[in-house]
Design a protein around this ligand. Structure first.
Ligand code: AMP
Ligand code: TRP
Length: 327
């Protein structure tokens, strides 16, 4: 059985783009029974963006509830917060010493985030990809399920593995990215932009209540020509809604358009809203139940951290021996 590692930052509620682009894939990979899955909450990474310390722990628990409510099963996948496994930070430090500044300066995510938070360009933001490499390399995964925005970080991870092996002897395996098939979900308010939590108005959150889903989809930006066809170039707003419908029903967006041909946008939007509320009905209930019992969530996370910690500790000990820190 091969190993998979993936992490998600705890920074707030998940939207349907996060679900279709990442979370659902993690659940499917776990359910296939073909992989040992390590799914962690990247709480250390999340400190690189402005946050409220009073909120952080709640965000970690909320993401844990999201993962479990969506179908991640702690009996079959190891679920844990990164900060409870110190080997992540230790390996990041050691990898720092073989990472040229120039390679980090080229990272597009660093450039984007620095532009967005000009008043808070911290060393952690710069070093983010090295911690990510450590997260991955500790568990020797064959695959890392990520969105295409993370490909550059994964390439750096592979480079660091190769460089470490060349310098200190074979220690790490080079992982490959496992890209999710679903294309990008666009904002409901502006279909030229990716759905993103930085513009909450354009997001359909997966724990939104049915009334909210109805309202948001009814108001989603489309176009004034009322012909219902799948045409991403000329009708990007409608195309985005057809893609969401298709992703939830495992149909091609063109086939969805065919099914609704001749009906009005309003009819289609209503059906999509009903579909989305039903799709996430069990999720909403389960998430509320899980969040009502934070102590149980903490226990699940601690148990996951213990399992992950055993594997990670072996690897960091090996690394320290290779580097000459321990004899
Ligand atoms: P973020 O919180 O933006 O870092 O996203 C977490 C995960 O969700 C990453 O794997 C992204 O690739 C994925 N993701 C975020 N936004 C979207 C979107 N609008 N469409 C598809 N996937 C997304
Ligand atoms: N950087 C990833 C993101 O923003 C999150 C992440 C941190 C991650 N460490 C990881 C993903 C290790 C995969 C593997 O989506």
């Amino acid at each position: 059985m091969d190993t998979l590692v993936s992490g998600i930052q705890p920074t707030g509620r998940l939207h349907i783009g996060n679900y279709l682009g990442a979370l659902r894939n993690l659940v499917d990979l776990q359910d296939s029974g073909e992989h040992a899955c390590y799914y962690f909450i990247a709480d250390l990474h999340s400190l690189t963006e402005p946050f409220d310390p009073k909120e952080k722990h709640r965000q970690v628990l909320e993401l844990a509830a999201d993962l479990l409510a969506a179908g991640v099963d702690p009996e079959r996948a190891v679920v844990f917060p990164q900060s409870l496994v110190p080997a992540h930070s230790e390996l990041a430090w050691i990898l720092n010493t073989i990472t040229p500044m120039g390679e980090l300066e080229r990272m597009t995510q660093f450039k984007d985030k620095s532009a967005r938070q000009a008043e808070h360009i911290n060393a952690g933001l710069f070093d983010y990809p090295v911690l990510m490499a450590a997260d991955i390399l500790l568990y020797e995964p064959k695959f890392v399920p990520v969105g295409d925005d993370q490909l550059q970080h994964l390439e750096l991870t592979r480079t660091l593995a190769r460089r470490f092996n060349a310098k200190y002897g074979k220690t790490f395996v080079e992982p490959k990215a496992l890209l999710t098939k679903t294309s990008r979900v666009m904002s409901l308010k502006d279909p030229s932009k990716k759905m993103s939590k930085s513009v909450p108005d354009g997001c359909l959150f997966i724990d939104d209540e049915p009334e909210t889903i109805m309202r948001k989809i009814a108001r989603a930006v489309t176009d004034s020509d009322a012909t219902l066809v799948y045409d991403p170039e000329r009708k990007p707003g409608l195309a985005n809604l057809l893609e969401i419908y298709g992703a939830l029903t495992h149909l091609a967006p063109k086939a969805v358009a065919g099914e609704f041909a001749g009906t009005s946008y309003a009819t289609f939007k209503e059906k999509l809203a009903v579909l989305a509320s039903r799709h996430f009905a069990a999720f909403r209930t389960r998430k509320k139940e899980l969040l009502a019992d934070p102590e149980s969530l903490r226990k699940i996370l601690a148990a996951g951290a213990e399992k992950a910690g055993t594997i990670a500790q072996k690897k960091i000990d090996e690394v320290k021996r290779q580097v000459g820190l321990i004899g």
